[in-house]
Design a protein around this ligand. Structure first.
Ligand code: SF4
Length: 227
């Protein structure tokens, strides 16, 4: 239901025009492919304890393949690390039918349509927040949220505020782990695994895996506490 609402959404005229134009123009090496060209919903385990939150689909990643973090360099970096730590069934995420299964994890984005320059406007982010709010409400087993980048981090704070009525304004810092309060997931932060971070050495594979291991350790601890 939520997925079909997201996929049919046309609330943001600029993003509708952009996602469809990218899907028509394509990039040279994908000329023969049919692009998705629509909003990209989240995917993964609906009973997940971990919610991973990115900024938005990539023009020739999620907007091409129809699955967030699929078919682009960010996806390769992310899925390799998730596989290493046991949150994914395979180290690659290339297309919708590649057999990838997320284990105890769900991935989505704060904005479901690709924005020009990876920069949604304030109004576009506000428009799309309703879907993240719904995901937060539906994913009732989540005990940890990993925000990839500052925009996702702040987007989660704003969406959570709509659910709880209370707004946190915590500083974004790579490697941070925040307790948000009783009954709420803990919030973890990492730099986004985009090429501009991974190719420049700002985010190294081992550093990202260390963040995922922190999350894994936290989830294991909360499971033990419930025994
Ligand atoms: S960004 Fe979100 S609200 Fe805007 S058109 Fe896409 S799905 Fe709809």
């Amino acid at each position: 239901m939520l997925q079909s609402q997201v996929i049919a959404c046309r609330l943001c005229p600029r993003l509708v025009e952009f996602r469809e134009r990218v899907a028509t123009e394509k990039r040279p090496r994908s000329r023969e492919e049919t692009y998705w060209g629509r909003p990209v919903p989240g995917f993964g385990d609906p009973h997940a304890h971990l919610l991973i939150l990115g900024l938005a689909p990539a023009a020739h990643g999620g907007n091409r393949t129809g699955r967030v973090f699929t078919g682009d360099p960010s996806a390769r970096f992310l899925m390799d690390a998730l596989y290493e730590v046991g949150f994914a069934s395979q180290p690659t995420s290339e297309h919708l039918d590649d057999g990838l299964v997320l284990r105890d994890a769900y991935i989505t984005a704060t904005v479901k349509c690709v924005p020009p320059g990876d920069r949604p406007t304030v109004e576009e982010s506000r428009n799309c927040r309703r879907y993240l709010v719904s995901e937060i409400t539906l994913l009732s087993g989540v005990r940890a949220v990993l925000a990839l980048g500052r925009i996702a981090f702040e987007g989660y704070e704003r969406a959570l505020a709509e659910v709880t009525g209370k707004r946190n304004s915590l500083p974004f810092r790579h490697g941070a782990h925040y307790r948000l309060g009783q009954g709420l997931p803990d919030l973890f932060a990492s730099y986004h695994p985009s090429p501009r971070n991974t190719n420049t050495g700002r985010l190294k594979r081992e550093e990202f895996i260390a963040v995922l291991q922190d999350v894994r350790g936290y989830l294991a601890g909360t499971s033990m506490a419930q025994l």
